[in-house]
Design a protein around this ligand. Structure first.
Ligand SMILES: NC(=O)c1ccc[n+]([C@@H]2O[C@H](COP(=O)([O-])OP(=O)(O)OC[C@H]3O[C@@H](n4cnc5c(N)ncnc54)[C@H](O)[C@@H]3O)[C@@H](O)[C@H]2O)c1
Length: 379
């Protein structure tokens, strides 16, 4: 598969984080001539493109662009082609947002924004790059959708609808432009542990690198729909089969009811996090204690913060859990403790039987104090 990318030029939108970032890095490691990393997030873009530029000098160009802005996408493609001396071999329309809200809460502005990012973002890219790909005699456009595009879930109607639309667009153009040697693939990247999950990715989530490898393999094979993981393959196979309709109803209704419960609960803010560190630790604490919570991003007079909310009935417990976690894991110098924070004993026993949910909590193992029984998580 490496051969497919060697000496080629690729543009990746949403390239400064998660799956997009892994795609940029892997394409360069496969010998791509150049990769244009584009993102709306200028800090991530500056940092990540500088990092890859020093690893692959002269082969990385970072260009800031908001995919919802047609003119910015056109300018991105123009500058990318200039960097590639007129050529663009691949366009990965990867930028996207998850946008979970109840249908009642979602305003028309929310709906417009969802389609602007997840659907029109890719459409703008396709429109801008087609003349270049036609002129050079071909190219490949990969549009990142989601399993939710064919298994739509409750409280994700904006995400489901915008990603389904993208699947439709990609499938249709694949055949409309086939004879012009312009290839189209839909990407279903799997459940991937990226910042999109805000630290709450399920245990089964794969890494961005695993996803990128699957994507590049499928694109190199010119697959119509690149489905990276087995669960998504099963989901895709069952999505529209009459034989599995009842089972799907049961499963999706169950998901809907669980989410409904969280929506209806009287939620209270257990922690307002300003720094990444605060957010990471509090999230880890709640996940480790199996406490269900929601995150809400806010802008409080220019200060961006994330509130962690739990339902009223478990509020006190959640406060305790966060507080205990703080002084359990870290000492005054912010280093993991090697002594029991409760009794000071250094007689700690490693408990490998404890499920730490490492991919979510970042905690590798748990020790237990032999003297007082206190559990002490370690990274
Ligand atoms: N992570 C998953 O489990 C998962 C599952 C299915 C589909 N996806 C899709 O994969 C793609 C990548 O997501 P990820 O998980 O790597 O998330 P991520 O949040 O790590 O990366 C998304 C990137 O897109 C950028 N972006 C958002 N809006 C943009 C805009 N208007 N213009 C330009 N860039 C913008 C963000 O700044 C971010 O860098 C998305 O399309 C997402 O919907 C992800």
């Amino acid at each position: 598969m490496k051969k497919y990318y060697e000496t080629k030029l690729a543009v990746v939108t949403g390239g400064a984080s998660g799956i997009g970032l892994a795609l940029c890095e892997m394409l360069l490691s496969f010998g791509a001539k150049a990769v244009i990393m584009s993102d709306v997030n200028s800090d991530n873009l500056t940092n990540q493109s500088a990092r890859l530029d020093s690893a692959y000098p002269g082969k990385m160009l970072g260009i800031q662009a908001d995919v919802t802005e047609r003119e910015e996408v056109a300018e991105l493609i123009r500058r990318a082609a200039e960097f590639g001396a007129g050529r663009i071999d691949f366009l990965f329309n990867n930028a996207g947002l998850s946008l979970a809200k109840s249908f009642d809460e979602a305003t028309y502005a929310d709906w417009k924004f969802a389609f602007d990012v997840n659907f029109y973002g890719a459409l703008h890219g396709i429109k801008a790059v087609l003349p270049i790909m036609r002129a050079q005699g071909g190219g490949h456009i990969a549009n990142t959708a989601s399993g939710i595009g064919f298994i739509p879930m409750a409280y994700q109607s904006m995400y489901s609808a915008s990603k389904s639309a993208l699947i439709g667009l990609t499938g249709s153009l694949r055949y409309e432009l086939w004879d012009e040697n312009i290839r189209f693939s839909t990407i279903i990247p799997g459940t991937v542990d990226t910042p999109m999950w805000e630290g709450k990715a399920p245990d089964t989530a794969i890494t961005p690198e695993q996803s990128a490898r699957g994507i590049l393999k499928g694109v190199a094979a010119n697959e119509r729909i690149v489905i990276v993981t087995e669960p998504d393959r099963i989901g895709a196979a069952n999505a529209f089969r009459p034989e599995t309709a009842k089972e799907m109803d049961e499963y999706l209704l169950n998901v809907a009811r669980k989410r409904q419960k969280l929506q209806q609960a009287d939620m209270k803010t257990v922690m307002s996090c300003i720094t990444e560190q605060e957010l990471k630790r509090s999230t880890q604490a709640l996940l480790l204690a199996n406490i269900p919570f929601e995150t809400r991003k806010l802008d409080d007079n220019g200060i961006e913060l994330t509130e962690l909310q739990v339902s009223d009935d478990i509020f006190d417990n959640a406060c305790d859990v966060i507080e205990t976690f703080e002084d359990t894991i870290f000492d005054d110098q912010d280093r993991p403790r090697e002594k029991c924070p409760q009794c000071g004993s250094t007689d700690l026993e490693r408990r490998d039987d404890f499920d730490c949910k490492k991919s979510i909590t970042g905690i590798s193992w748990i020790a237990q104090c032999r003297d007082c029984g206190r559990l002490i998580p370690h990274h």
